[in-house]
Design a protein around this ligand. Structure first.
Ligand code: BGC
Length: 249
């Protein structure tokens, strides 16, 4: 079965039809730029453009970089307050004329990674992190998602953890891998103290460069492994979450 997956991020909105049994794109991905300031109506227009580009008429799974409950956005740390309490699922469905399933971006990436990536067949407590503009988290117990965990926002040294541990923070502060690994390590140790997971999966674009920073992490007791699906995970997981009758969120 094919479902269209769309991943909304701070800089780009990406979509592709996904074979949900194989976890693979069936056509080349389309990436459009996120409109300046990400106003909801304009983002909805871009989502509709992606749907139209693929001539899509079936269900569509869409990710959002914030908490989503029942199709309503609850937080939007990096996209602006206009989104808060907005029925974004309905907005996207009306703009594109197709049924939409809306879920958190890290949850979507985690769903894909637990089925087709490094998390497959991994029981117990598994935490997937996405290190990008923010820090997203997806928590699984025996493969089943606990939706909308927001562990990227725990406080460390008086600051929101994502201001220290995200890939964006590394770039803004021009931290080298060593500097950033210290901060990431401190974050992971705190997470361990709270959750004691059996595996931590590190995803997001920076996971392609995992060999530059994972070996530098100190005193982290949990095995930390790079994601395998990298930036495709959000789109694939969004599509998986939208399979009719098999809603995952
Ligand atoms: C948001 C999360 C999101 C993450 C990655 C955080 O700032 O609060 O909901 O998953 O960024 O986009």
């Amino acid at each position: 079965m094919e479902i269209l997956g769309v991943d909304i991020g701070g800089s780009g909105i990406k979509g592709a039809p996904v074979d949900v049994e194989k976890g693979e794109f069936t056509q080349d991905r389309l990436r459009l730029t996120t409109p300046e300031g990400a106003p909801p109506q304009e983002v909805a227009r871009v989502v509709a453009e992606i749907v139209a580009h693929f001539g899509w008429e079936g269900p569509v799974g869409v990710t959002f970089p914030g908490v989503v409950t029942g199709g309503v956005v609850r937080t939007a740390a990096n996209l602006g307050d206009a989104w808060i309490d907005l029925a974004a699922r309905d907005l996207f469905a009306e703009a594109s004329g197709v049924p939409v399933t809306l879920l958190n971006d890290a949850d979507a990436a985690g769903i894909a990674e637990m089925t087709f990536g490094v998390g497959r067949d991994r029981p117990g407590t598994v935490l997937m992190l996405t290190l990008g503009t923010g820090v997203g988290t997806a928590l699984f117990l025996d493969g089943r998602l606990v939706p909308n965990t927001e562990l990227g926002h725990i406080e460390i040294r008086g600051k929101d953890a994502e201001r220290r541990a995200s890939a964006h923070a590394r770039e803004v502060h021009e931290w080298d891998w060593q500097d950033w690994s210290k901060r990431l390590g401190e974050y992971l140790r705190r997470i361990e103290d709270l959750l004691w997971p059996s595996l931590i999966i590190v995803g997001g674009g920076v996971s392609k460069k995992a060999d530059r920073f994972l070996p530098l992490l100190k005193d982290v007791r949990t095995p930390v492994v790079p994601a395998e699906l990298h930036n495709d995970a959000g789109i694939i997981g969004a599509a998986m979450a939208a399979v009719p009758g098999k809603e995952l969120v």
